[in-house]
Design a protein. Structure first.
Length: 162
C-alpha cells in the first residue's frame, strides 16, 4: 500500500484572529524599506535546557541490540540537567544585552529589563528618537505597568505594534 509509520511535523497553532493580525501587520509595513527596518530593535526571551529530550529519538538497530550501549539514550530525572532562561535584543547595527532571568518573567521583572536594558540601548542606538522597539505579546509585555512605562518614554522611541 505504500504507508509507513512516521512522526507528523510539528507546526505552531495559529488561531484565525492571529492570522488576521499578522496579515494586517504585513500590509501595514509592506512598503517599509531596508532602511526603515534598520531602525527596529528586536527582542525575545528563551529557555535553554542542558539535557532535554522529548523522548522521540529513533535509531536503527538489529532486534538483539536493544541494550547495546551504542543503541541507548541516557536520561535524567524530570528537571535534571538544569537550564537557563535569557532575554536579549539586537538591531541591524549591533547586538544588545543578553540578560539571564533567574526566575519566572513577570511584569515587575520585565519592567526592570525595560528600564535597565531597553531604554539605554534604544536611546544610545537611536539618539534621534527614530528607533522602534519590538516585543512579542507575552502577558508580561502587555501589563499595565509596562504600557505606562512605554507611554512615559514615547518621545524617545516607539514600540512597534506587533
Amino acid at each position: 500500500m505504500g504507508y509507513n509509520s512516521r512522526r507528523s511535523h510539528r507546526v505552531p497553532l495559529i488561531f484565525t484572529t492571529n492570522r488576521k493580525k499578522r496579515l494586517q501587520f504585513a500590509r501595514a509595513h509592506q512598503n517599509w524599506t531596508v532602511e526603515d527596518w534598520k531602525n527596529v530593535a528586536w527582542s525575545d526571551e528563551s529557555r535553554f535546557l542542558l539535557r532535554h529530550s522529548d523522548g522521540k529519538i529513533r535509531i536503527w538497530r538489529k532486534q538483539n541490540e536493544n541494550m547495546d550501549p551504542s543503541c541507548l539514550v541516557t536520561t535524567v530525572q524530570a528537571g535534571g540537567g538544569g537550564g537557563v532562561m535569557v532575554w536579549g535584543m539586537f538591531s541591524w547595527h549591533t547586538l544588545g544585552p543578553l540578560v539571564p532571568i533567574g526566575h519566572r518573567l513577570n511584569a515587575t521583572a520585565y519592567l526592570s529589563i525595560v528600564s535597565d536594558h531597553v531604554h539605554p540601548f534604544m536611546t544610545t542606538m537611536y539618539p534621534s528618537s527614530d528607533g522602534y522597539f519590538q516585543q512579542d505579546n507575552a502577558p508580561c509585555h502587555k501589563a499595565r505597568i509596562i504600557s505606562n512605562w512605554f507611554l512615559e518614554h514615547d518621545n524617545e522611541f516607539t514600540v512597534l505594534k506587533w
